[in-house]
Every structure is written in C-alpha cells, then in structure tokens.
Design a protein around this ligand. Structure first.
Ligand SMILES: *Cc1c(COP(=O)(O)O)cnc(C)c1O
Length: 390
C-alpha cells in the first residue's frame, strides 16, 4: 500500500523534535551537530532569537494578503536586496525552482520584446541542478531526474561546466541566455574558477545574451560574501535566490537588472503566496543579521579555519578522502569509499552532512558556527576516517 506521504524521498530513519543554533535534537534527547542545515537553508541555525521574534510578531498581525495590495515589508526586502546587489528589481516566489522559472521567463520575454522571438534557447551546464519543475529539470538536463517525464521542455543546450570554448561553440542565433551555478551544489560542490565567471560575462556581452547565475544554494552569505559571484567582480543580469533567504521559511527571489526586467510589466508574472507578509518579515530578519557589520567577515574567517582543518584531514586519510573542494561554508569532501557509508557513520557519531554528486559529502554548517563547532565536527570526522583501514 502506498504510504500517506507520497514516497518520493529516500529518508533516514530519524526525526527531529527541536533545534537550537547549530544543533538538532530528537524527541528522546539525542543531539546532532547540524552540518546539513536543511541543505543550505537554515543559514542562522535553528530557532535564532531574532527570526523567532520576527515570525511571532508578524504572526500576530497579518500572515497573508494578496499581491493585489501593497505589501510594505516586500518593498523593504526588495529595496534592501537591490541596495546590496547588482540588481534593480526583485520578484518573490516561494522556492528555488520558482525563482529559476521566473529567470527563464525573463530571458525569453527580453528577447521576444526586442523583436527576436527566435532567441529562446538557454545554455546550461552538465552537473547542474535548478529545481524539479518541468522547465527547471530540462534546464539542468540531468537524465536521472527527467526520466519518465517526457517530452522535455524545449529550449536547453548543455555544455561542460568550466569550459568556455565549449560554451562559445554552442551559441547559435537562437541562444537567449547562459544559466550557471557559480558553485554547483547538488552536482558535487564544484566551484567555478573566478576566471570562468568573468569569461561568462564577456561571452554574454559579446553575443548579446543574458547571464543568469543560480545562487539558490551558494548565495546568502555561504561563500563569505553575500553572493558567490561577487568574488569574481562580475555581475549577472539575472540571479536566483532561495534556500537561505528565509532561514527556514519558504521564500525564493529572482533578482534582475532594469535592462533585463524592463519587459516584466503588469500581468507578465505572478504568485499567490510569493512575497507575503509572513515570509517577508522573516526574510527581512535574516538580512538584519547577515548584513550586520562584521557578520560576513566572520563567516569568511571560520570558513578558512574549517578549510585548513579539512585539508589536513584529507591529507591524513587518503584511503577515505580524495579531495576537498568548494568555498566558504559550502564544502565538499570527495570520498574514496562510498559517500553514503561515511554519511551514515558520521550520523551515528552525531554529525549531519548531505550527499552530493561525484561521491561527495557536502558540509553546509549554519553560518553562525564558531571554533567549538569546527573542533567538534573535526573530532567526529577524524574518528570516522580512522575507522577505515589505512
Ligand atoms: C535547491 C536548488 C534549487 C531548487 O530549489 P527548490 O527550493 O528545491 O525548488 C535550484 N537551484 C539550485 C542551485 C539549488 O541548489
């Protein structure tokens, strides 16, 4: 008999009852150090007092009202995102996939309105992940996730991540945009080189394409800057954000320049829940903390400490770990032994991590961790690594 919850997930036999900072607790009191963060969502850890206060305060006033009306907190969050990024305007949805859908609609409409409806194709990278809707699945082009859902949404071409020559060769008169994750998350924590990101900007400009960065996973401070592409000193035309933006409350956003989004006029796009007062109150509260003086430099400092410790671990256990990769607090340990086995062992020792492609273990701690959390995680990683034959 099919379970009441549609069985689309492979789940661990473990349920949490409570969270506090970087820790999760089961109902029977077992404690876990959470280096999964709900897959890069709980950027401020669990039950952060400032977020709890914002949620409760807004919850007592107004949860929802339609986008038929003004929503002051939505305007405020949009203005703050605009003030702190390349973007001039923001559309709010509820998830990463919706943010990518909005980006795809903007790039098609941009060319359509400029008299080039034939320019509708988007070049994306193999190994990418952009969500589970029909269009975002086609955008990523992962055959494993597309299986059974044919026909695929039309209009996507795929090239190797990091290869500018292949990308240039794939451009045709029908190409509208380039869609890239500055750091591929799901695909195995593969960080683009800064030169590659700069090259993407140059190619987009040369051929009149829009450049879309999907920062759903790598954005919101995880790289040590608010958005990962900032390290390269170049800006996209459109950017998708979600996961960390609500710190655990479902919020997504599509940011764009005025040039790209001028075509998005009244009636061109919409969402019932997108940008509702409750979501916006929490999103603003997340920004209060992440944009506070010294917060991101502290993320960068702790990330460098963790990187150094993990490098030593990888060097010490070459029969367990092959490589450390990623940036900031979006880190990947590529394993020699099966990653799922290591993840199980880490969990048994009280450390939560996430699997990714290419036999990688993702480490996605909340951005609020300090030295003690790093030491605790390293102790567990070392114990688990040492349990393998050396
Ligand atoms: C998770 C993710 C998405 C999809 O987000 P959902 O909220 O699950 O729809 C899109 N892009 C990237 C890079 C992601 O990591």
């Amino acid at each position: 008999m099919i379970p009441a919850v549609m069985p689309t997930y492979g789940r661990f036999d473990l349920a949490f009852d409570k969270g506090e900072g970087a820790y999760l607790f089961t109902a029977d009191g077992r404690k876990y150090l959470d280096f999964a963060s709900g897959i890069a969502v709980t950027v401020l850890g669990h039950a952060h007092p400032h977020l709890v206060e914002a949620l409760i305060e807004q919850g007592q006033k107004l949860w929802h009202c339609s986008n038929l009306f003004e929503i002051p907190a939505q305007k405020r969050l949009a203005e703050r995102l605009v003030a702190n990024t390349f973007a001039d305007t923001v559309f709010f949805g509820n998830s990463g996939a919706e943010a990518v859908e909005c980006a795809l609609k903007i790039v098609r409409r941009y060319h359509d309105e400029s008299g080039h409806p034939e320019r509708y194709r988007v070049i994306a990278c193999t190994g990418s992940f952009h969500g589970r809707t029909l269009a975002t699945l086609a955008a990523a082009g992962n055959p494993k996730y597309l299986k059974g859902y044919a026909p695929d949404v039309e209009g996507f071409d795929h090239v190797a991540f990091g290869n500018l020559n292949e990308l240039r060769a794939a451009i045709t008169k029908e190409t509208a945009a380039i869609l890239v994750e500055p750091i591929q998350g799901e695909g195995g924590i593969r960080a683009a080189s800064l030169d590659y990101l700069r090259g993407l900007r140059a190619v987009a400009d040369e051929f009149g394409l829009l450049l879309v960065f999907d920062e759903v996973q790598c954005g919101m401070g995880r790289s040590g800057k608010l958005f990962a592409h900032e390290w390269a000193g170049v800006a996209p035309d459109v950017m998708t954000v979600a996961k960390g933006l609500g710190g655990g409350f479902p919020v997504g956003a599509c940011l764009a320049t005025e040039r790209a989004a001028a075509v998005m006029t009244t009636g061109s796009h919409g969402s019932t829940f997108g940008g509702n007062p409750l979501a916006m109150a929490v999103g603003n509260a997340v920004l209060d903390v992440v944009l506070a003086d010294g917060f991101l430099p502290k993320v960068d400092r702790i990330a460098r400490l963790l990187w150094g410790r993990l490098e030593t671990l990888v060097a010490r256990y070459p029969k367990v770990f092959a490589e450390l990769r990623g940036a900031g607090l979006l880190l990947g340990l590529r394993c020699v032994v099966p990653n799922s086995e290591v993840i199980d062992k880490l969990m048994a020792e009280g450390l939560l991590t996430v699997a990714a492609g290419e036999n990688v273990i993702r480490l996605l701690p909340p951005l609020i961790i300090d030295e003690r959390h790093v030491e605790e995680a390293m102790g567990i990683l070392d114990r688990v690594a040492a349990s393998y034959p050396q």
